[in-house]
Every structure is written in structure tokens, then in C-alpha cells.
Design a protein around this ligand. Sequence first.
Ligand code: NAD
Length: 369
Amino acid sequence: MSDYFRFADSLGPEKIVHIYEPALQLKAIVVIDNTAAGCAIGGIRMALNGSVEECSRLARAMTFKNALAGLPHGGGKSIILADPSMPAAEKEQIVRAFAVAIRDLAEYVPGPDMGLDETAMAWVKSEIGRASGLPRAIGGIPLDEIGATGYGLCVAAEAAQEFAGFTLEGARIVIQGFGAVGRHAAQFFAKKKARLVGVSDSKGAIADPDGLDISRLLSIKGQGGSIIDYNPAKIIRPDDLIAIACEIWIPAARPDVLTENNVVALRTKLVLQGANIPATAQAEHRMGELGILNVPDILANAGGVITAAVEYRGGTEHSAFDLIQRNITANTHAVLAAARAENILPRQAAINIAQRRIESAMALRRWHL
Ligand code: NAD
């Protein structure tokens, strides 16, 4: 029993809920980390693998991300343990059943995450009356369709370039994962005249030092193909993506892909964390020693939560993009300047700012959380 408290620290988590519905073989985990500033906003991930530990780390990342972005929300996360490529009707049934199971967790407002999209959020909303990242047709700002997180990554890179010693124009970019985050990031960086020199998806990886044609990649993915169908492609081993010479390396797929063992192979100036928790703590320390600037997930990929918060208050797509621009620019400067001045890692600098805000919100509560 006490094992469940192994994640407990001064901020949370407030609740860890296991959900099991034998009739549908629905298995899910919900972690509501901290709601001192307001209801917890955080995605539902559908994946075959996932653990309480991973869910707790992701929920904490959402607590910090919301606080750092100055949003009146706490952090939460859920994982439905299932194959996201299951038939659509089955997926709808599982997601609706999950929604019903979290009906009474009123302090948790779910959003989309890996394996689920805005349509799935519409199913959740229709069951329990709350969800973020909704389709336009029901008043949402579809954050994956508009590329809110990819846009935020580009804003963060623009603010970080002076700290990392390169300019975006002509910069070489490598992106691991070409889904909602990765493909939009590629397009926003192309508008800044940066070039994509390496990319991967779950099927494989390709590289071209002269630059890959993003519109062709998008069209291949749009037809259900993989980036390895790109022609002519120099197919590389997925593990070799890390060693491509570039200015910006963007993880935009799975957790813990950067470890203390593989970051030594990086040949980049900046790691921009599109994915959530893509690097272990040891990997981040090693990157610091290697002189690679690392803009952490809780700062770099906040475009999604900022959009979700704007949508939750009935705001527009335009105001979401405006807030992402102002907010991520200011926070990237503040975090990287503090990291430099205090000689600490950017993640620690970001956490310090976020934690001060969370603690001041907790101090206003009777029982802190
Ligand atoms: P997605 O499901 O749309 O795309 C994931 C991509 O990663 C796909 O192209 C998939 O093929 C690829 N992929 C999966 N396993 C891979 C592997 N082992 N190697 C290389 N590529 C692999 O998901 P998404 O919404 O783009 O989210 C990606 C990451 O970004 C997740 O960590 C998510 O939590 C995080 N994130 C997403 C948002 C958002 O707005 N969608 C916001 C913040 C953070």
C-alpha cells in the first residue's frame, strides 16, 4: 500500500486512480498531481505501454508547465493502456468508457495526447461535459490541427538562439517523430528558413544534409505512409538520427529517448524538447557538461497547454497564438538567463520559477493542495 506513496513529495500527487472495466478490458491510470492554482489540465495518452511512474512524471511535468506558463491550472495526466491503432468504433467505445469512469474526478480536465486526437476529446466532452483540445465544430481550438505546440517550439528556438550561438535562418533541424508536434514544428521552422536534415517516425528514419522537402513528407504521411517512403531517401538506422550534425535536435515522440549513454553522440547546439520527458535526468546533466543547451519540455512544448487554457475560457485561435508568442518568448529568456546567471541547468531554472508560483498558490489553501 505504502508503495503508492513513493511518488509523494511537497507538491503531490493528490490522487492516483486505477481504472479497470472488465467488460471492455479498459485499463487506465489517472494521476492528478496538483490543483492549487486551478483544475488540472493534462492529456490522455493511449499507448500499449505505460506505468504509474511514467504517468506521475508526466502529470508533474503538466503541473510545472501550467505554472511556468502562468496559467491558473494544475497538472494531471492519464494513460489508457491500449493500442491506439485499434478499429475506430472500438476506440470510441474505450474512450467513452474511460470518460464515464473519470466523471467524478471533476478537478481533472483531460486533453489530447499521443494516440488520441480532438475527435476523441469530443467523445469525452459529450460523455462528461468537460475536455480541452476540442474540434472547431463544437467551439474548440483544435491544437493539433493548428500546430500550437510546433509553433511554440519555433518561438522557443527563436528566443534561445542567442544563448546557443546560432541563427535560425539556415539552421539545420533534426526531428524525431513526425506527428502532430513534429510535422508542424517542421513547417514553422521552414518559414524561418531553417532546413530539415533528418527525421524519423515509428517505422524508420531518413536524412539529407541538403534538406528534406516537407510538403512531400506531409503528403506521404497524409496518405497513411511512413517517412521512409520518401523518395529519394537516404534511410538511416533510427539510432543514428541522434548523430546527425545540426543546430537543433527535437525529440517529438517518446519519453526517455535521450539517455546519459546516447547524448554523447549528439552533434547539435540546442535540444528543444517537443516530447514530454524525452530525456532522463542524467542525460540532461550530461548535456550540460557537453555544452549542449537543453530547453526543457515544461517550457518548450507549452504551446498545447496555453491553447487549451485559452479554449477553456472561450478565447480564439488568434489569441492563443498571440499568448504562445509572448509567453514562451518571455519564459525562454527568463529561464535561460537564470540558468546562465546561477550556473544551473535550464530545467532547474524553469522548475524554480514554476515551484515558487505553485507554492504561493498552495499557501492560499487550507490544506495546501
Ligand atoms: P503523435 O501521435 O501525433 O505523433 C507521434 C509521432 O512519433 C508519430 O510520427 C510516430 O510515428 C512517432 N514515433 C512513435 N514512436 C517513435 C519512435 N520510437 N521513434 C521515432 N518516432 C516515433 O503525437 P504528438 O501529439 O505529436 O506528441 C508527440 C510528443 O509530444 C509526446 O511526447 C507528447 O506528449 C508531446 N506533446 C504533444 C503536444 C501536442 O500538442 N500534441 C503538446 C505537448 C507535448
